[in-house]
Design a protein around this ligand. Structure first.
Ligand code: PA5
Length: 447
């Protein structure tokens, strides 16, 4: 069986192999802290052994809930933000037909999963409610804390709409809540309304929760094989469990930290397949929230190539030399399209006739890599055999494990996010939330 692979040889113009290897003892120590729970944030290590601990019965329970929603709904709205949104979005976008939402007949195998609660856009919510009018729809409401404002607003609106379309009793059969086992407003509401619920384990933080029902239920509703996803994650769990030699997660973690030490402060995750756009969004949250603290951390950015070669390409080629790239290189496409011959050849493109579109894409990738390395942009390459459930499972676990190792090498707590609270405090104070009276007065005095 092929697997994803990490190649760091194109970073060696910026850091030596010895500089990368010099971080191996720190990576060993980080691996031990993750295994023994002796590092900072040790209460949030439930994701480390999660793939191998997922039971058949648990997967069957998720599949059953997904089947119920699929059979009864034209649309299922998955409500959540941050770690309660991005993982499912990344996998569903990565595996879906690029135009599945636009096909008038739909895709018979797929249920249309729509996301909400990931912003506070009034137009977004208005248009979503308008779309859902007169349609059979269901809701998966996801919030670990059960108190996050964005999803709570979306849920209040859509719950009211569903209840007015179906009546309270019927509506409650089409709502699934995924939240903490006991705490939070959502748990209390779900208990009172009698919703089907799934638990987000206490020891799994939001951005590490895609392999819990948070990610697995929306992915199953969209018609994808969550058993294959988990199987891929299990393979990567085994491949990264011990040692730093031949451990792709440790190699990625040590290389990016060596680059950071050499002044490369920004990491750009690059894809040549637009289906990976949201995997990059998920990755940005994973690394940004885990490492950006104590005045430290690589800034995670992303681009879709070749699209963004026509916008960001100039900066990457010749701008400030503080960046490195991590390229997700997908080896095989799902479909084959050959460029036709044109006798008139007015576009001068016959030199490509008979070639697959993917061959052109691969040469764009190779040409860009050589140009960027020549231009002083070190390049880590992660090859992914194909965009399938198994390889998404591998990628998810790979990036999670590497993130844990990398955060500990950087000497931060990779499992908290204290900085996320600052905007909430100000927003609540500005909105006169009960309990924020003093903060309200103080913030309003500043305006
Ligand atoms: O990674 C995290 O912990 C956060 O990004 C959360 O996932 C996000 O804030 C949503 O929180 P909750 O699931 O509690 O609504």
């Amino acid at each position: 069986m092929n697997t994803i692979e990490v190649n760091v040889k194109d970073t060696l113009s910026a850091v030596s192999a010895e500089q990368i290897k010099a971080l191996n003892p720190a990576a060993e120590k980080a691996m031990k802290m993750l295994a023994d729970g002796t590092g900072a944030g040790a209460d949030f290590l439930g994701w480390v052994n999660l793939p191998s601990e997922i039971t058949d019965a648990h997967l069957a329970d998720i599949e059953e809930a997904a089947k119920n929603l699929r059979e009864n709904c034209d649309y299922v709205v998955a409500i959540g933000i941050g770690g309660s949104y991005l993982g499912a979005k990344a996998v569903i976008e990565g595996l879906s037909d690029s135009f599945s939402q636009l096909r008038p007949e739909g895709d018979a195998r797929r249920c249309r999963v729509i996301f909400a609660g990931q912003n506070i856009g009034e137009d977004y919510l208005y248009e979503l409610q308008d779309l859902l009018k007169g349609h059979k729809f269901g809701i998966i409401v996801i919030s670990k804390s059960g108190t996050t404002t964005e999803p709570a607003i979306a849920f209040r609106l859509l719950k009211e709409q569903l209840e007015s379309q179906l009546g309270k009793a019927e509506a409650s059969k089409r709502i699934v809540a995924i939240t903490d086992a006991a705490r939070g407003a959502l748990r209390q509401l779900a208990t009172e309304e009698g919703y089907k619920t799934f638990v987000i384990p206490d020891n799994v933080g939001g951005r590490f929760s895609v392999l819990t029902p948070v990610g697995l239920l929306p992915i199953a509703v969209a018609g994808f094989d969550i058993r294959a996803l988990v199987a891929g994650a299990r393979r990567m769990q085994a491949a990264t469990a011990e040692g730093v030699e031949n451990n792709p997660a440790a190699l990625y973690a040590t290389t990016r930290n060596a680059l950071y030490g050499a002044g490369k402060k920004i990491e750009i995750l690059v894809n040549y397949n637009s289906k990976l756009h949201f995997l990059a969004e998920w990755w940005k949250q994973l690394y940004g929230e885990s490492e950006g603290k104590d005045g430290k951390g690589i800034f995670p950015a992303s681009v879709d190539f070749t699209t963004d070669l026509h916008s960001m390409g100039q900066w990457i080629q010749e701008g400030e030399r503080t960046i490195f790239e991590t390229v997700l290189s997908v080896e095989s496409t799902a479909h084959k399209t050959v460029i036709p011959t044109d006798e008139a050849n007015l576009d001068g493109l016959n030199f490509l006739a008979g070639k697959r579109v993917d061959e052109v894409n691969k040469m764009a990738e190779l040409g860009t890599r050589l140009a960027h390395v020549d231009g002083g942009v070190p390049n880590i390459r992660i090859t992914v055999p194909a965009l399938t459930e198994e390889y998404f499972g591998e990628l998810i676990y790979f990036f999670e494990k590497a993130c844990g190792i990398s955060g500990y090498i950087l000497d931060v707590n990779p499992f908290n996010q204290p900085g996320v609270e600052a905007y909430k405090r100000n927003m609540f104070a500005l909105l006169d939330k009960p309990g924020y009276e003093e903060a309200s007065a103080a913030i309003k005095a500043r305006l």
